[in-house]
Write a protein that binds this ligand. Structure first.
Ligand SMILES: Cc1ncc(COP(=O)(O)O)c(C=O)c1O
Length: 393
């Protein structure tokens, strides 16, 4: 396989919406991925916080193969068992009573916003349509999800977006209280912001959002697409806050790389929904649901979560001990870590890539580490050593 020919092909046939490095990857195993030249890379991106169980996990592969031989897709016109068992498990191990399946994080956000609109239209009036979201938020790229995403570079080319969205400084309790009014339909917040720079909500902030939403009859949506499902060392990020949402969006790691999203909701939200209100051809198909059930059962294992907490603490300790040059702050929880630097985060990512370590950015000045949740201390030592070298250049 000639990587140069493939990269030239990409330049010719793909819509130019991504800036990819000139490398073609062929396969992975555990924490590592390999390129066409057989070069090995330590993967601290995990498909952007997706491959929680690492690459080419044999048990995941077995579930895929077994279900693929039985039934891959039938559509939501019919019942099949895997998505029912998956919904049963998600409900049994969360605040939620019911689940809606979709195919990505963006779709989960889109559905949650629509469900909130239906709720307030049913119980209040046609004017309670506002959404409150926060600075540094990222909720996705479709028109609805983009409307509650703050970054202007993502928004401006596609304006006008959904009207009625107010952005409030993240963690600013007074500003949030003032912005959440009788006209607010829903508040959407990431308990730990991922793409926007790895910012952690304070407990008082999420508690204040819950109180204010209850006071004005607005719904509280937690977007746990990035921080949920074990990434913080707890199954749900909200568990650390003692605050429950009305709706929660989840996606990335749920099927370890197969596309799936879900909206978890309280009964009062589900009670306003009717057949035909929302839907999807592919969502919750037997293949992806069987895989997701397998992944979910492994991610929610308390021993697995304890190891994530331990690995996260070790990563944080090693990053601090490394005395990396030009670091402003190191933030994170569990294995969602952001290193804010003075310089350009993308330059560090490229320098690390050259040295065999995959990293992501989270804004212009934050280097993000979201490794597979099965990462071990030796991998963390290796990654921090490479990062140190990359930052010294
Ligand atoms: C918090 C959050 N919400 C939504 C999304 C969008 O998810 P997707 O890319 O699967 O559509 C992301 C993606 O990074 C995310 O981090």
């Amino acid at each position: 396989m000639d990587p140069e020919a493939l990269i030239a092909l990409a330049d010719r046939v793909l819509a130019p919406t991504y800036r990819r490095p000139p490398i073609v990857f062929t396969h992975g195993e555990g924490i590592y991925v390999y390129d066409t030249a057989g070069r090995r890379y330590l993967d601290f991106v995990a498909g952007i916080a997706v491959c929680a169980l690492g690459h080419a996990d044999p048990r995941v592969a077995r579930v895929i193969a077994e279900q693929a031989r039985r039934l891959v897709h039938l559509s939501n016109l019919y019942h099949t068992e895997p998505h029912l068992r998956l919904a049963e498990a998600l409900v049994a191990h969360s605040f939620a009573d019911r689940v809606f399946f979709c195919n990505s994080g963006t779709e989960a956000v889109e559905a949650a916003l629509k469900f909130a609109r239906k709720f307030t239209r049913t119980h209040f009036n046609d004017h309670k349509i506002g959404f409150v979201a926060f600075t540094h938020s990222f909720h996705g790229r479709t028109m609805g999800a983009l409307s509650v995403t703050e970054k202007s570079a993502y928004r401006e080319p596609f304006a006008p977006l959904v009207p009625g969205v107010t952005f409030v400084p993240f963690n600013d309790i007074e500003a949030a209280r003032a912005a959440i009014t009788a006209e607010t339909c829903a508040v959407i917040v990431e308990p730990i912001q991922g793409e926007g720079g790895v910012y952690i909500a304070s407990p008082e902030f999420l508690q204040a959002l819950r109180e204010r939403c209850d006071a004005v009859g607005a719904l509280l949506i937690f977007d746990e697409v990035q921080c949920g499902l074990g990434r913080t060392g707890r199954l749900w990020a909200y568990e650390a806050y003692g605050v429950e949402p009305d709706l929660l969006t989840v996606a990335k790691p749920l099927a370890n790389g197969l596309p799936i999203g879900a909206v978890l909701m309280k009964e009062k939200v589900a009670a306003v929904l009717r057949p035909g209100d929302h839907g999807s051809t592919f969502a919750g198909g037997p293949l992806v649901s069987a895989v997701a059930l397998h992944v979910f059962e492994r991610l929610r294992d308390p021993a697995f979560l304890a190891r994530v907490r331990e690995a996260g603490a070790y990563l944080m300790e090693r990053l601090h001990a490394a005395e990396l040059p030009g670091v402003q702050e190191i933030r994170g929880r569990g294995l969602l870590v952001g290193i804010e630097i003075e310089g350009d985060a993308r330059a560090v990512v490229m320098a690390a890539l050259e040295r065999g370590l995959l990293l992501a950015t989270a804004g212009d000045h934050v280097v993000r580490m979201v490794p597979p949740l099965i990462v071990e201390k030796s991998h963390i030592d290796e990654a921090v050593a490479i990062l140190r070298e990359a930052m010294a250049t």
